[in-house]
Design a protein around this ligand. Sequence first.
Ligand SMILES: Nc1nc2c(ncn2[C@@H]2O[C@H](COP(=O)(O)OP(=O)(O)OP(=O)(O)O)[C@@H](O)[C@H]2O)c(=O)[nH]1
Ligand SMILES: [Mg+2]
Length: 471
Amino acid sequence: MASMDIDDTIAAIASPAGASERGIVRLSGPDTVDCLEKCFTANHDRSLKTQATADAMEGQLHLAADLPLPGRLLLWPDNHSYTRQPSAEFHTTGSAPLLQLALTTFCESGARIARPGEFTLRAFLSGRLDLTQAEAVLAVIDAKDQSDLRLSLDQLAGGLATPLTTIRNDLIAILAELEAQLDFADEDIEFISDSLLLGKLTAASQQLDSIIAQISERHVSEETFTAVLTGLPNAGKSSLFNRLLGESRAIVTNVAGTTTDYVTGELTRSGVTIQLIDTAGVEQIPTIETGSQEIQAFAQTQRGERIERADLCIHCVAADAPIEAFEDLLNTGRSNNAASIVVITQTDRSLATHVQAALAQIDPRSSPVLITSSLTSEGIDQLQETLFQIAIDSQSTDSPIVGSTLRRTSDSLGAAAKSVQLAIQAALAGIGEELVAAEIRHALEHLGCVVGTIYTDDILDVVFGQFCIGK
Ligand SMILES: Nc1nc2c(ncn2[C@@H]2O[C@H](COP(=O)(O)OP(=O)(O)OP(=O)(O)O)[C@@H](O)[C@H]2O)c(=O)[nH]1
Ligand SMILES: [Mg+2]
């Protein structure tokens, strides 16, 4: 981000690229009304300068060649806007060339084209959004699917902001009292007693620790969600594993008992990682085809261990599996507490009627049933979707924060907690209120990196550089 300039007036097309019914051009900055006065006439014909509060009005934008473009203007003449600056949105038909002309018109009337993320940056700088929320705006814009969107919206709705702001305000209050005490040092007035100071610092430290613990819990569950593919030999587990990962990792043959050692791979989407494990087929009777009984026995033990530790069992059943096998399969591997889903594989072959009948007996609320074919890719996307949904649902909802923010937030909060600890030590040692105050100031700086009052150019570059123009 080249500069933190917030005194000029910026403009950008804010609606998505491509033809749509409605297009929006957005403006923000101190000269918004002046700029509009030069190029927009409201149908009510009053000067926009007389507008004291937010309003919507129909009118004409006078494009460069004095072409009138009808549209609706939303105007926030004061600081009650997203950016807390005078702002406006011009809504008109969603034709890309017309929107481009409208943007040019605003620029010729005094605005400049906004850089990516600049509107959100202004909202952040004005204290409208904290950094976790600003990143959530980015994630919402970027969300590729429902699960992404839900996580981002959770974060946007408040996330860490409220508890952290409380801690910050408490620390500011302590700092104010300490500083008053320092200012009046000669007069021997006590603004805050040593025991009260220690009590308040300890409370802040405990609250910070509990937030850090929440975040790291979330971190762990992200890294360790495991889903194990299980089912009879030749059910198509390895084929499904390869298809989900998008590469040929596990060996696939028509020999029953091909997989012996378990094989792992990772599926990752927006900070959520699923460890996928392909295991040996469930052996009722050892297959002669794969030789050594010892290998078979060992493969079965490993399979059992993987299922034992799994967060999710994916029970694979071939569409043409024999009835006994199907019944047996649904009774095995269900002893652990893991969630389970049933995947009917190889559905490019016809679905046997007994399989259909057996499926009807499964309660989809306890085990959703999905239909797939690794050959034609039927149902693979839905299966991916279901896996991520279950992984996300299994994560603690107390810790709503998107993956990209996690590490930086943890680092800043860790540093803040350390400074509060040092402040406590300084207070206990009685080595001077100046040192206690200095550590509290450090803690506030670190907290500010997360809740948005203090910021460094580096962080802002990383966060706001990724936004779309117009956001
Ligand atoms: N037509 C069709 N054949 C499939 C499909 N999936 C797997 N197969 C075939 O079924 C056979 C067994 O597939 P695998 O993926 O090795 O089955 P597995 O469950 O891993 O078998 P084991 O490792 O022996 O337990 C192979 O010949 C595959 O080509 C599918 O979706 N459609
Ligand atoms: Mg296999």
